[in-house]
Design a protein around this ligand. Sequence first.
Ligand code: DAH
Length: 366
Amino acid sequence: MNEAIPQLTSYDEPSLEAAFATLSEEVRTTDATDPEAFRLHWLGRKQGRLKLISEAWLKSAPAEARKPLGIRFNQLKQQIEQALESPVSAPAKSEQQGIDITLPGTVRAPGIPHPLLKTMHEIVSVFHHLGYSTNLGPQVESDFYNFEALNFPPNHPARDTQDTLQIAAQHTRPSRDRLLMRTHTSPVQIRTMIAQAPPIRIVIPGKVHRNDAADATHSPIFHQVEGLCVDTNITFSDLKGTLDHAMKALFGSAVKTRFFPSFFPFTEPSADVQISCIFCGGKGCRKCKHSGWIELLGCGMVDPAVFASVTEERRKLNPSDDAYNPEKITGFAFGMGVERIAMIQHGISDIGHFYSGDVRFLEQFA
Ligand code: DAH
């Protein structure tokens, strides 16, 4: 990065004066933020600029010019050493570039959590306060965890309710090992129970995938929070009390809940939970299709067939395992869609807003 050596054609006083003024200015404006680079550039023993210039100029200097040249080179060296000792005395970059430091600075807004993550954390934290912990599982899941162990046998019509994205080239594998994108967070219930004995209280937030066409309320990728509680003497009343509390915590204490009979292969009995419409207070409006109620999540008591699948897996490791004997323990489970809850919380009518990346939408949640 050494620039060319400036030429000195005349050695009279005014020429020397001008030549050294130029050099001095060059020292003053050399970037000194890296002192070692600055030192090498000017004072390097072999290629230092001071050395190269002084050699070039002294070589062809007439005898009487040697002294004034020497004095000036010494002064220049002092200037360089001074700049090294107190780099702050070097002019600030902004001064060199003519930046007006009285102008207002660039404001960088701090980032905010995405509204979906915010709602997901809110849901999870309601359950953390009830003593639940968090578990996560893989998004690429096997048929066994996503369906079979949850009491969806191969070819069972209940599988049709969750249009599945299959991973390619799995047909040579045994059906239970075939990989797919998980269609719900429920497989993590199985993973958790195989790994640990009751009591269990967990929530499972995460991404799920379905081969659904996108519209105002559907997206092929969305989010759920699953819950599982297994212990001795867990009853449907515990399920009702827990979810009623959670809905009040999320939507306000005035909200009422009701439980409707439903069907899921992995719970028996199963229920859909509805909350009183938070837009009209239950009187009936467009949002609740004039019913006064909004359907929000699925739940139920863990089906003994699920405990049986878990026990079968656990016995591969410990043949006498009896931790999930349905005579001794019971449990409840629930699963809710995060997008749906966030849309109701904020009155958002199109699920696509969450994924559009439009800052004008997102910054409203700051
Ligand atoms: N996995 C269900 C779905 O995605 C939701 C669900 C319903 C989860 C009932 C549960 C449950 O744990 O008990 O449609």
